[in-house]
Design a protein around this ligand. Structure first.
Ligand SMILES: Cc1cc2nc3c(=O)[nH]c(=O)nc-3n(C[C@H](O)[C@H](O)[C@H](O)COP(=O)(O)OP(=O)(O)OC[C@H]3O[C@@H](n4cnc5c(N)ncnc54)[C@H](O)[C@@H]3O)c2cc1C
Length: 398
């Protein structure tokens, strides 16, 4: 059989899983090349602790190059600027990489431009990547010298609500450690229609549980919120409410990356890739996508736009399905489907010294099984999971 060139773009939850799964399935019969703008796999969920000095980059990342080398997977460290789906090329500033099959797993572009004053180097912090978290740490150190009110939130169109909640509760825990809990007003602003909607229409008794926690910790909340502007001294909502703030962290809306947006016909208006339930592009059958880069329609109508969170576990499951289907396309065997809505929901939300374990039989729609177990064991489970995840991935187990 003719050797095929399979190119994977991105090397995080989706790309790394996809590349290793492809190698497992295809062996040495075909060429696998990964292209990514960084050789570091960062365990992004741990960035909720970074601003408090509890983690550094070296604690939560590893170099993918020796692993790929040991597996016979080629690795090119460059930013992709564009794709050419007609000529089947991945384009970087220095080369054009041909493919027979392509798996795009490039995650999000974080959209700070949609709201005036939003984002690092403007008036709010973010924890979406290491650079942002580093900036959020400097801001936190300054805040501790001159504390005041705090606003944490998720902007209109955001999807990564879990990270906003985790950071909020971790801030609350840090305030307690610094004996500031009675001096600092903590507020949460969100596009969600109710607490613990999470962009997936709610989950089990999450709303009641979150409301109780917010009341217990004296956190004000503003749901259905549209942020009009982030100012140096606070957050202006569209309904006229102004929330004074001396430390603001807002999770923004995500878009697809520029390389997708620079390629007509590859992504939708927001740069996300529309696929079938086997994660194959709807127009270009040689192209597959996995992770945040895949378009998933909102979980239902909400007064303010809420995206669907494409978290780590579903990102990996999408990549495994896509890898299976690339092999099926090469071999002419049966493809499989794994609709996003049907992927299991697993999440551990940390609150500093406690947390919640969230389990559901599927991500979206009505579930037969869904439960949340709160308590200190969830915090320890999150710490154990971080160690397990990094150990297993460093040893090429996906
Ligand atoms: C603060 C925070 C906390 C979170 N906590 C959790 C959690 O507790 N549990 C959970 O399941 N999920 C969590 N998530 C979500 C999780 O991080 C995502 O689901 C996951 O990162 C998605 O993986 P991905 O591979 O699709 O994209 P990403 O992880 O964003 O990876 C994108 C990859 O593409 C590469 N890339 C990007 N642009 C280019 C380009 N132009 N050229 C070449 N390569 C490129 C990058 O280098 C990277 O390798 C959290 C997210 C955040 C921000």
């Amino acid at each position: 059989m003719e050797r095929k060139n399979i190119v994977v773009v991105g090397t995080s939850f989706a790309g790394y899983t996809g590349a290793l799964e492809l190698k497992e399935l295809l062996g040495d019969k075909h060429n696998i090349t990964v292209v990514a703008n960084s050789h570091n796999f960062v365990f992004i969920p741990s960035l909720i602790w970074y601003p408090f000095g509890l983690r550094d980059e070296k604690d939560i990342s590893f170099d993918v190059r020796p692993i790929y080398a040991s597996k016979g997977i080629s690795f090119i460290e460059e930013a992709v600027t564009r794709f050419d789906p007609e000529k089947k090329l991945v384009i970087t500033p220095t080369q054009e990489i041909p493919y027979d099959y392509l798996l795009i797993a490039t995650g999000p572009k974080v959209d700070f431009d949609m709201i005036p004053g939003l984002g690092p180097h403007k008036n709010s912090h973010s924890i979406c990547n290491v650079g942002h978290a580093e900036d959020a740490r400097k801001g936190w150190e300054e805040f501790l010298k001159d504390p005041g009110p705090i606003v944490i939130g998720a902007a209109q169109g955001a999807a990564c609500f879990g990270a906003a909640y985790e950071f909020l509760f971790n801030v609350r825990y840090q305030l307690k450690k610094h004996h500031l809990q009675d001096k600092v007003k903590l507020s949460y602003v969100t596009a969600e229609p109710f607490l613990a909607h999470f962009g997936i229409g709610g989950f089990s008794n999450g709303q009641t549980m979150c409301e109780k926690m917010f009341k217990m910790y004296d956190i004000d909340w503003y749901t259905n919120a549209t942020i009009e502007e982030v100012k140096p001294d606070g957050v202006q909502l569209k309904d006229g409410t102004f929330l004074p703030s001396r430390y603001t962290m807002i999770i923004p809306r995500f878009l697809g990356i520029d390389a997708i947006r620079n390629t007509p016909g590859l992504g939708n208006a927001n740069g996300f890739i529309e696929t079938d339930d086997g994660y194959r592009h709807k127009v270009y059958p040689e192209i597959y996508a996995a992770g945040v880069t895949v378009f998933v329609p909102p979980a239902g109508e909400t007064p303010v736009a809420c995206g669907v969170p494409k978290t780590g576990y579903p990102s990996e499951q999408m990549a495994k399905t896509a890898a299976h289907n690339i092999k099926a396309a090469i071999d002419g065997t049966e493809e499989k489907t794994m609709p996003f809505s049907m992927i299991h929901a697993y999440c551990i939300m940390d609150t500093g010294n406690m947390g919640m374990m969230i389990v559901g039989d599927h991500m979206l729609g009505s579930r037969h099984l869904e439960f949340i177990i709160p308590g200190p064991q969830a915090h320890w489970a999150k710490l154990a999971f971080e160690k397990y995840f990094l150990y297993s991935r460093k040893h090429a187990h996906v």
